[in-house]
Unconditional design. Structure first.
Length: 564
């Protein structure tokens, strides 16, 4: 075999044979690194056997397995530690050699320019161009070292809010140095999950690689955040590296607490239990709704806060529409168990929703909270208030269960100095500035703002954060205010939507004149908006800093309300 040289002391190769190991010893290699998990394919030598063979030839062996496309910074740190400072020649292998080349590229730190690293790998036959942002990010952090660099702005979170805020900032000042800290490889268009669950969208419509949505001018640090030191203006990464900032934007989202309902996590995706809150499960919702012919279908909504408070109902209405079209609605008992006291929090939209509750024959159970699931026996347990006000437990058998988990602040936020008593980030609801740290701002689902937690809210919040943060960096007070806008397109049937748009206090904030689109009643125009227009608006406008219909209000500090 011909080993592919990537540097004077490093070569990559596909799976090694005993003859290759002997050749490596003759060529002077001192360390062999295996990046394969055992049992990736039939007949693959196990790492323990390869270790014994390598050591027989007088070389060291290290097993640092990684899944293709999912190499974590902790894996790279282990790779760097295994190589050490005194290894003269290293040969790393995997199935094809690409993982080995990727480890080498990510370990280079600031030793080489990112384009030079990618070109070297390409010359050896390995396309690692998708790692460019990570290579740049690791170089900025000094590779695997403990050093940090000062950025103008650090953004925690590469979801809707974080990417939109980064683009909004760069739209206003292209010379800013910005780092985005985000561990995930995939970015999801979460508002589309409901339509995956209805068979309207395929899963690929709602996801793109994180690299493809990351703004070109930012440094992507693909790590998890371990904590914050706002008194030192530093974010602490999982590997202990500290990243320093002049201004911080935090957009961590909200955590789905599947463990909050005993038995739920263990049965997701089987036994008739599904949830549109996970993209991989949403197709199962469509499968269940399409195939169910009789029995009982349960739909649940946990206590607030949750992201997109209408999503639990959307799954129910679209499933009922499927039952109706299949001619089986009369044979299926549909129940909606809502932990809240009302069907929807803004009264103006309730009459239209109630007409569909009646049309589909849905039995409403308000103040009824899912507390346990027995998947194999298809039994769900609820707690609700009895006639005397006492809490009672009710057990319901089911053939289909669409469950929405309770939702909480991410743990690394809840335990940080940025958190309020609720665990969410404590910010002023209008300026989105932290209540204690003037150079910290936050947006999205992870804050204490009392608005609906939707992508539409993040779209409106991004320019508020950008304008006010830049003002803060110039020594000024916040200039603009967020009015609490959120949007919830309530899909009541396939082809019709009640477009709920509202702000703080339930104030209606429609984007269109009533003659064009009346959001308080179901319309095909609203369906067209969600089905055809909103996905490209998300990918090509919101995430790119193109802020049509997003102009913030001026901030009036004395009144603590947005000026109209």
């Amino acid at each position: 075999m011909s080993f592919k040289e990537l540097g004077p002391d490093f070569s990559a190769a596909p799976q090694l044979s005993p003859e290759d190991v002997a050749l490596a010893a003759r060529q002077g290699f001192k360390l062999i690194v295996c990046h394969r998990h055992d049992d990736e394919e039939d007949g693959q030598p196990r790492a323990s056997g390869m270790a014994a063979l390598v050591e027989q030839h007088g070389m060291r062996f290290a097993h640092i397995p990684a899944t293709p496309g999912d190499i974590q910074d902790t894996d790279v740190a282990a790779f760097i530690a295994a190589i050490g400072d005194d290894a003269s020649r290293v040969l790393a292998y995997c199935k094809t050699g690409k993982r080995a080349a990727s480890f080498w590229a990510l370990s280079q730190g600031g030793a080489q320019d990112a384009d030079a690293i990618i070109s070297t790998a390409a010359a050896a036959g390995y396309d690692i161009s998708d790692l460019r942002s990570r290579i740049v990010g690791r170089a900025a952090l000094g590779g695997g070292g403990r050093h940090h660099r000062i950025y103008d702005i650090v953004i925690v979170g590469g979801g809707s809010g974080g990417i939109a805020a980064a683009s909004s900032l760069l739209k206003r000042r292209r010379d800013l140095s910005i780092a985005v800290i985000e561990p995930a490889d995939v970015h999801y268009y979460q508002p589309g999950f409901t339509l995956i669950g209805a068979g309207v969208f395929t899963p690929d419509v709602c996801k793109r690689s994180m690299a493809s949505v990351m703004p070109d001018r930012v440094t992507w640090i693909q790590q998890r955040v371990a904590g914050f030191d706002p008194d030192a203006d530093e974010v602490i990464l999982e590997d202990g590296v500290r990243v320093k900032y002049r201004g911080l934007v935090v957009s961590p989202g909200i955590a789905l607490n599947w463990a909050g309902v005993p038995g739920l996590a263990e049965t997701l995706g089987e036994n008739g239990v599904t949830s549109n809150y996970l993209p991989d499960l949403a197709p199962y919702t469509h499968q269940l709704a399409s195939k169910l012919r009789n029995g009982r279908a349960l739909f649940t909504q946990p206590p607030m806060p949750i992201k997109c408070a209408g999503a639990p109902q959307k799954a129910m209405y679209l499933s009922c529409d499927s039952f109706l079209k299949n001619g089986v609605l009369g044979d299926i008992e549909v129940e909606f168990h809502n932990a809240g006291a009302v069907l929807f929090g803004v009264p103006e939209y309730v009459p239209a929703l109630m007409r569909y509750v009646e049309k589909y024959g849905i039995k409403l159970h308000l103040e009824s909270r899912l507390v346990a699931v027995d998947g194999p026996n298809r039994v769900a347990t609820f707690e609700r208030k009895g006639a005397d006000g006492a809490i009672e437990r009710v057990v319901r058998e089911f053939d289909m269960l669409h469950a929405v988990p309770p939702q909480v602040a991410p743990a690394f936020i809840a335990k940080s100095p940025l958190a309020a008593e609720t665990g969410f980030i404590a910010v002023d609801q209008f300026t989105l500035q932290h209540v204690r740290y003037a150079n910290v701002f936050a947006l999205g689902d992870g804050t204490t703002t009392p608005n609906a937690k939707t992508a539409a809210a993040a779209r409106k919040q991004a320019p508020v954060v950008a304008i006010n943060l830049l003002a803060m960096l110039e020594g000024k007070e916040p200039l603009v205010a967020y009015d609490g806008y959120g949007s919830c397109p309530l899909t009541v049937e396939r082809g019709k939507i009640v477009l709920a748009e509202f702000g703080y206090g339930g104030k209606l904030l429609p984007s269109f004149p009533k003659w064009l689109l009346d959001g308080t009643r179901p319309t095909r125009a609203a369906w067209y908006l969600k089905d055809r227009l909103l996905p490209p608006i998300y990918w090509h406008l919101m995430l790119k800093g193109r802020e049509y219909l997003c102009k913030p209000h001026m901030h009036t500090r004395d009144a603590q309300t947005p000026a109209s």
